[in-house]
Design a protein around this ligand. Structure first.
Ligand code: S3P
Length: 173
């Protein structure tokens, strides 16, 4: 079984949906952020604070390279993974890449209680979300499929992904 890769902005539902998909399908749940934190023995916030975003992106690229060559995983990719074209190419080789999307207001509501995302720990998180989302649109478009989770329940998103995966497998034989 090839990988199911979930990309998309923070707060679009990647983690909860990837975990549910893994449970339902028996595939292995893998999070690039968790792998980075385990490898470094510190949080993403600490990595950004102590060594900066470029250092984090280099780690992320290594982790993506490693997970992309394994099979049978639901990969919960960090929101910025798509910014590097090689990451997207590697992930596409090993599976179907599905981008989750949501409206900025929904993203704000879903992320406001949590402090573990350095890019949103700013004075105006709403404005920041709108800005980054706009800049990243062309990168998220590179995914194979897109699902807007703004008005979807978790179960609905999971079902939609299963349909996509089944259709893709049927087409590819
Ligand atoms: C980031 C998203 C985060 C994490 C890091 C940077 C981003 O992952 O990788 O804080 O650049 O969008 P989630 O999308 O899982 O929150």
């Amino acid at each position: 079984m090839k990988n199911i890769v979930l990309v998309g902005f923070m707060g679009t539902g990647k983690t909860v949906i990837a975990r549910r998909l893994a449970e339902d399908t028996g595939m292995t749940y893998v999070s690039t952020d968790d792998l980075i934190e385990t490898r470094e023995g510190r949080t993403i916030n600490s990595i950004f604070r102590e060594d900066g975003e470029p250092y984090f992106r280099a780690l992320e690229k290594e982790v993506v390279k490693e997970v992309a060559v394994k099979a049978g995983q639901v990969i919960d990719a960090g929101g910025g993974v798509v910014l590097d074209g090689e990451n997207v190419d590697n992930l596409k080789k090993g599976g179907v890449v599905i981008c989750l999307w949501a409206e900025p207001g929904t993203i704000y509501d879903r992320t406001r209680e949590y402090g573990h995302r350095p890019l949103l720990n700013v004075d105006d998180p709403k404005g920041r979300i709108r800005d980054i989302l706009e800049k990243r649109k062309p990168f998220y478009r590179k995914a194979d499929f897109h699902i807007d989770t703004t008005d979807l329940a978790i179960d609905q998103a999971v079902e939609r992904i299963k349909e996509i995966v089944n259709e893709t497998e049927r087409k590819n034989g």
